[in-house]
Design a protein around this ligand. Structure first.
Ligand SMILES: *Cc1c(COP(=O)(O)O)cnc(C)c1O
Length: 348
């Protein structure tokens, strides 16, 4: 979801942005107007997340999936291997891509638990001299989330925050690189945000395409080529909306409350269940199943009639999945909980 308030501003500004006589979509990305939009969005993101000048903030295209290859190309440097946590489908994809460039050491593997828990810290096998350690703080499909930032010593820590960025405060200084496709928790598709420590720039593997070099994008203010201007603008409106909500500490309180309401409802019922280890349950993506899966279609149809949309589970898991991203209001969760209890009363 996107906040209604943000879409209404975009609607008002659609044909004529701030008296410029142009839509944002019609502006040259190098013009004065668009430059101000782009700079403001970056400044607001830096303020929201507490990003210091030691880090470059890049507004790229190609999605989080492109980062699966850009990260090894830029961060391997002269090292022989990289460490990866495998905690779900997105980690596994990142590992598959990195394996094209280097030896991947799997620090901890959640696959044997069907991605329902994260192996205990005592079992982690961090290697010596890894180029970086990669993990996925929130696995969007399995609804499993690290409870804290993993402790990895001085090795740069890389995080795929696609489905959790800005849902709570971020300790940016603990990371070498953070990346996120914008379409889950920021704005519309087409934009990918990368926050990278400047020390890690400028050491790409030989043969790295220009467009895959973070330093080149950083040197050009993410305008080496034409960026996704409209998505960048809308992301900027979302950053301003987040500031008006009270920032990330406030979002954390709201998001935790939203998730707790839904888990409480699921756990209180024999009709619904969520398989994830309660210590690692996601605030953002909550998969659940019905005791009788022949009722799935009916559940989805009736939910849609109530305005409760996009509840169908990922095709790999089936069942349902509620994504409670930042813009999903608490009242929406209340309505879902009410609907679930009503449905159970009638069919359970
Ligand atoms: C959605 C998602 C991706 C893929 O993002 P694209 O922008 O479609 O490439 C990667 N990682 C995580 C954690 C995701 O949720």
């Amino acid at each position: 979801m996107l906040p209604d308030e943000v879409m209404e501003i975009a609607q008002q500004e659609m044909l004529d942005w701030h008296g410029s006589g142009m839509s944002v979509m019609e502006m040259s990305h190098r013009g004065r107007e668009y430059t101000s939009i782009a700079k403001q969005a970056e400044a607001d993101l830096r303020e929201l997340a507490g990003i210091s000048d030691d880090y470059a903030v890049l507004f790229l295209q190609g999605g989080a999936s492109s980062q699966f290859s850009m990260i090894p190309m830029n961060l391997l440097r002269d090292k022989r291997h990289a460490d990866y946590f495998n905690t779900g489908i997105w980690s596994a994809k990142a590992i598959a891509e990195a394996s094209r460039y280097t030896q991947v050491n799997v620090v901890a593997d959640a696959k044997p638990s069907h991605y329902q828990t994260i192996p205990d810290k005592a079992l982690w096998q961090l290697s010596d001299d890894a180029a970086y350690v990669h993990y996925t703080p929130n696995e969007t499909i399995h609804g499993i989330e690290f409870a804290e930032v993993p402790e990895v010593g001085s090795t740069p820590l890389v995080a795929d925050m696609s489905s959790t960025i800005l849902s709570r405060p971020i300790e940016v200084d603990r990371f070498g690189l953070i990346y996120a496709g914008a379409q889950k928790n920021i704005g519309p598709a087409g934009l990918c945000i990368v926050i990278v420590h400047k020390e890690l720039l400028g050491q790409t593997l030989p043969g790295t395409p220009a467009m895959f070099d973070y330093k080149l994008h950083s040197d050009h203010g993410s305008m080496y080529n034409t960026p996704a201007t409209y998505s960048w603008y809308l992301a900027g409106l979302v950053f301003q909306w987040l500031k008006r909500q009270g920032g990330l500490a406030e979002m954390a309180k709201i998001n935790e409350r939203k998730a707790n309401k839904l888990y409480t409802a699921i756990d209180a019922s024999d009709f619904y269940s969520n398989p994830v280890d309660p210590r690692y349950r996601s605030w953002m993506n909550i998969p659940f199943t019905l005791a009788d899966s022949t009722l799935d279609e009916r559940f989805l149809t009736e939910a849609a009639e109530q305005g409760l949309l996009s509840l169908k589970g990922h095709r790999d898991l089936g069942g349902m999945r509620a994504s409670l991203y930042n813009a999903m209001p608490e009242a929406g969760v209340d309505k879902l909980v009410w609907f679930m209890s009503d449905f159970e009363r009638r069919f359970g």
